[in-house]
Design a protein around this ligand. Structure first.
Ligand code: C2E
Ligand code: CA
Ligand code: CA
Length: 438
């Protein structure tokens, strides 16, 4: 006969002032789940995602992401019980453990409190960050018994919370189906890459002043035989999680360069923009891969730009600067993607060898009608020009927006007003109809 389970010793008294590290938190979660299992108790895991800042002040003078996170943890600590534990998982995510709760509704209550305390801007040294946080919730015993199950359920809930008005979501269980599909996709991406099931589409970028086409952005597409169209951010997410990001990047880069060289033979010669994801920025082989691709397809590096999201550059600035400097030496242009969506101001980028910024869709779409967005876009354009950078506005859908961009001196624009992303064959037709022959 096996011995009855012996509950581990209770956690030591909370040290409310000391921030926990991620590793500490995982240990605490291990211990607290064991206690809960042994005592038929309850516990909740909350994943808090900070999400984007907006508005002029935050854009220009907002605190660095790590500072914002530590100020967020201070607020959470004040809002929660003394025995609750929390730690930053990244600059944008925190995990909170609520041990020994009496009822699952206590977890929802805690989420509401968290959202309330994060409702005010996070101020630091005269700048401030405005957050739109969301919280994913999972509880023991309802959604799992061990840390991995609970974290996974809270993570699935966090994704759903991001789409909900109330800003939080309690795991329902049927999302497990969704998680299952995604797990299946993990395994299939490698096969899809080998089977050439992925495709690259191209979206035109036009010159605002003349209306003439200037460039195309390569955007990856995957039509899965069962799951249908998989969003590109999901593809990249899977690739990063499963270690396939290097192969994916290599595949996209070569597909796009091969296509560009074919177009050139057909006398159309758009500049080509290619997206790089976060983790490739720490890959020392990236510059060599880019260099080799460009040589293989006989492209002019000055006609290639690499787009890197604002947040990923800042996340590991030292390493990013090193890799970007090597990329720059190849002769390619470098572009800050999704500018405005992160926590940074342009002055953060002074030491990055950057040529261009791309202003994120929501700001561009608010340009006509929202004074705050207009101020953000106008000052981003001014500052960019001050630093000698050119500006692309993304997500242009209306003619009024194009006119406003023109009056603000924005050089380039991209969006459904001009054309959605097209297959290579469609792009060729579009380009021939809109651009003079090269
Ligand atoms: P992104 O780099 O900001 O790409 C622009 C996104 O905005 C594209 O979405 C494009 O279809 C969409 N867009 C363009 N014009 C409009 C418009 O007028 N209105 C609206 N509402 N949207 C517009 P898409 O293709 O779904 O890509 C989403 C994101 O996925 C990209 O954002 C990029 O971060 C990532 N991604 C896409 N392809 C690749 C790739 O090949 N490699 C990497 N690393 N990431 C990629
Ligand atoms: Ca992009
Ligand atoms: Ca973008």
């Amino acid at each position: 006969m096996s011995a009855p389970p012996v509950p581990p010793p209770p956690a030591p008294a909370a040290d409310a002032a000391a921030p926990q590290t991620r590793e500490d938190l995982l240990k605490i979660l291990d211990r607290e789940t064991a206690v809960a299992r042994a005592t038929n108790g309850r516990l909740a895991v909350l994943l808090v995602e900070l999400r984007r800042v907006d508005r002029l002040q935050a854009l220009l003078r907002g605190p660095a992401p790590a500072v914002t996170m530590s100020l967020v943890l201070d607020r959470l600590r004040k809002a929660l019980r003394e025995e609750d534990r929390m730690a930053a998982i990244s600059d944008e995510q925190a995990c909170v453990i609520l041990p020994r709760i009496a009822h699952p509704s206590q977890a929802t209550l805690a989420a509401v409190k968290i959202l309330r305390v994060l409702d005010r801007p996070i101020a630091h040294e005269g700048g401030s960050a405005v957050l739109r946080p969301c919280v994913g919730i999972a509880t023991l015993p309802e959604h799992g018994f061990d840390p991995a199950e609970l974290l996974m359920a809270a993570d699935v809930s966090r994704h759903i919370a991001a789409t909900r008005e109330e800003g939080y979501h309690v795991y329902q269980g049927d999302e497990a189906v969704e998680a299952e599909v995604y797990h299946g996709l993990d395994l299939e991406l490698e096969r899809a890459l080998r089977a050439n099931e992925l495709e690259v589409h191209y979206q035109p970028i036009i010159e605002v002043a003349t209306g003439l086409p200037a460039a195309v952005e390569a955007l990856v597409r995957w039509r899965h035989p069962k799951a249908g169209e998989i969003p590109p951010r999901t593809i990249v997410g899977i690739a990063e999680r499963t270690g396939l990001i290097g192969s994916l990047t290599y595949w996209i880069l070569n597909s796009a360069l091969r296509q560009a060289s074919q177009w050139r033979a057909e006398r159309i010669a758009p500049r080509l923009a290619i997206n790089l994801s976060v983790s490739t920025l720490t890959d020392h082989e990236l510059p060599a891969v880019v260099d080799q691709g460009i040589r293989t397809w006989g492209m002019d590096p000055a006609r290639i730009s690499l787009e890197i999201a604002e947040s990923s550059m800042i996340a590991d600035a030292e390493r990013s600067v090193a890799i970007l400097t090597r990329l720059k030496a190849i002769g390619v242009r470098l572009s800050i993607d999704d500018f405005g969506s992160g926590f940074s101001s342009l002055s953060h980028f002074k030491r990055f060898p950057i040529d261009e910024i791309k202003i994120d869709c929501p700001f561009v779409q608010g340009l006509v009608g929202d004074k705050g967005d207009r101020a953000v876009v106008a000052s981003a354009i001014d500052l960019a020009h001050h630093f000698g950078l050119s500006v692309v506005a993304e997500g242009v859908e209306r003619d009024e927006t194009r006119a406003a961009l023109r009056s603000l001196g924005c050089e380039l624009a991209q969006g459904n007003l001009f054309s959605p992303p097209l297959t290579a064959a469609q792009l060729r037709e579009w380009w021939m109809a809109h651009a003079p022959l090269a």
